[in-house]
Design a protein around this ligand. Sequence first.
Ligand SMILES: Cc1cc2nc3c(=O)[nH]c(=O)nc-3n(C[C@H](O)[C@H](O)[C@H](O)COP(=O)(O)OP(=O)(O)OC[C@H]3O[C@@H](n4cnc5c(N)ncnc54)[C@H](O)[C@@H]3O)c2cc1C
Length: 348
Amino acid sequence: MALKELQRVAVIGAGIAGSACAHALAQAGHAVQVFDKARGPGGRLATRRMAWVDSAGEPCTTWLDHGALGMTAHVEPFGAFVDKGLQAGWLAEWRPVLAAGSLPLDGAAEFHVPVPDSPELCRRLLAGVATRWSCVIDNLQWTTSGWQVEAAGQRQGGPFDAVVLALPPAQAAPLLVTHRSDWARHASLAPMQPCWTLMGVAADDAVPAWELARPPAGPLAWVMRNDARPGRARAPGQAHWVAHARAGWSRQHLEQPPEWVLQQLQAALSDTLGRPVAWLHGTVHRWRYALPQARRTAPGESFWWDAAQGLGVCGDFLGGAGVEGAWLSAHSLSTAMLRWLGDAARAA
Ligand SMILES: Cc1cc2nc3c(=O)[nH]c(=O)nc-3n(C[C@H](O)[C@H](O)[C@H](O)COP(=O)(O)OP(=O)(O)OC[C@H]3O[C@@H](n4cnc5c(N)ncnc54)[C@H](O)[C@@H]3O)c2cc1C
């Protein structure tokens, strides 16, 4: 790619990594277009709207956070980003009461939780940025006028001077293969842990005093009272549960039908509580790519940037597991891209 002032950037993926990268580039004055296959932003910072009809025939709606429980800040500049969110009110601190006998929380006793729902963090970052939802990008083409981004054989705007892929590695690999086969190979080998997640509403007045449990054994790794989280709706007589299965259990039962998984996880939650649960509504979600298996699963930098092609990659599989790692990867990539742009503008 000839050195020139970069203006048009396509960012594929609107999770925390894509949203943070798009935000930084747009703030610096570049024309950023974000694409995501989902109906809105957030990626694994996810909240599900659940609608059902109660026994009296009344329609009911509940929102449950079925992705990341929250985030913890260990290093700068992510700490400063979290502080800004807390001050602005789109993040809140959650110090959950832990169930007796739970495994200890790793490193931090508090989570930072987006309010009023998990995607709010990405919504805030993408305010003013052009977005296209329900758009599965399945091909990238390099032409003399720039990058073409395609979905189902249709060109999606552009051409673009640069493309950023902010996707789980298995989804980034097929888009990379004709442009950077080495990156595609590393991405396709990066191991990600799956997670089956239970979301349920129970008729329950006798709710426990705790808000979060980490059972030491059994199928469940995390059990959370969603309605105990900051900024979430509470309904009298109802308990809102989200429970994440262990990675090993999820891998072993990855291809089981959802109805079977629902039964198993509801039974496991009853075991955790030590009593039967009167479910009003329940469902499960399968995360094929929930978390990188190791803190850093790909070799080299916490992001990939090929200045000659104007092609970048960021996400948790490069920056380290979790929201913080994904954000740091995006921050490092956007910093490198903006530095390159400054050099390019001076050279022009
Ligand atoms: C159940 C669960 C619990 C977790 N708990 C925690 C926690 O407590 N703390 C923590 O820090 N982290 C937690 N995490 C991990 C955290 O959510 C992720 O590390 C982080 O959100 C990853 O962000 P990302 O932007 O890299 O990827 P993602 O959030 O996965 O974003 C990728 C986006 O790309 C889109 N996409 C994929 N393919 C395409 C395509 N071809 N075209 C267009 N769009 C595409 C997807 O729809 C998605 O929106 C948890 C994750 C899960 C699933």
